[in-house]
Ligand binder design. Sequence first.
Ligand code: PHB
Length: 360
Amino acid sequence: MSTDLFSPVTVGDMTLANRMVMAPLTRNRAGEHNAPHDINVTYYQQRATAGLIITEATQVSPEGVGYPGTPGIYSDEQVAGWKKITDAVHAEGGHIFIQLWYCGRVSHPDLLPDNQTPVAPSAIQPLGEAVTFDGMKAFVTPRALEKNEIPGIIAQYKHAAEMAKKAGFDGIEVHAANGYLIDQFLRDGSNQREDHYGGSVENRMRILNEVLDAVIEVWNSSRVGVRFSPENSFNDMSDSNASKHFSYFVSQLNTRNLAYLHMLEGDMMSKSTSVDYRALRASYNGLYMANCGYDKARANQSLSNGDSDLVAFGVPFLANPDLVYRYQQDLALNDADSDTFYGGTEHGYIDYPFFGQMTT
Ligand code: PHB
């Protein structure tokens, strides 16, 4: 029988019921103190038939925040909120990883403790605007991290990994994509450091390796995933040779026996791609999770060709809590309402109908 979206898959000592992953999706609906609350429990529970849910990006510390209304995983109140979510997902037979996030240069003083300046590998102001409590404001010039501040950031990831364990997650995903702090170190458009965190690919990968070393003291490596986006220009990112550099980064992950490598195969800002993802996949010896505009047909083609082991779906899962059932039965999908993607209440969040349910 050929592998398709509905065949189970073993990830370390865990068996996922199918290969459909709910991609991490920022929804800006956390409760007070950036803690998950009731509507977040309903939202994830509704989608628990996914083989694996990866939560929305979740800041590891108050300094890691970059948007209003995003959840954290550093306080007891946040752990208690997440515990309700992991319990609800597990009660439905699902699995859930939390995505650990530190925004870095695309945050804004308005969002940070004591209105501090966002940090980054280098003091390079990105083009674009941050989302603040008072609307959009131009990104500021970040402050380049001192070398002796980096251990403090690694410690925040380790603490978040410990809190994720207390919250009952099945594992964690280290967000090393989409122009946030770790990705800012990986790609040379945002990293012009001259110390041993910049310059060569070895140096640019150092912070990710240190984060992985730290979180693997908390979690077995088979419960840790990593997300990359080699050519995503979102957040004003660029790299002089994404194919070459990311083939090095991927090759380095081969030694780690991770849960999976999660690849955003393209550019959120344009349709064109220049990186050979099949070659990257072929060079990786663990489970490979593909993401970026897949539908059922393309996902099944990719799985049966051996070009991926898992496929993550974003917008389709957002708009279809029962996406697994709909794909299994070849049923029509709900349309997604982009006006309610970010922020708001129940509407556009937990009121997408299951198949056959009447809309009110
Ligand atoms: C977003 O808020 O737009 C966002 C957050 C995390 C990502 C990508 C986009 O990885």
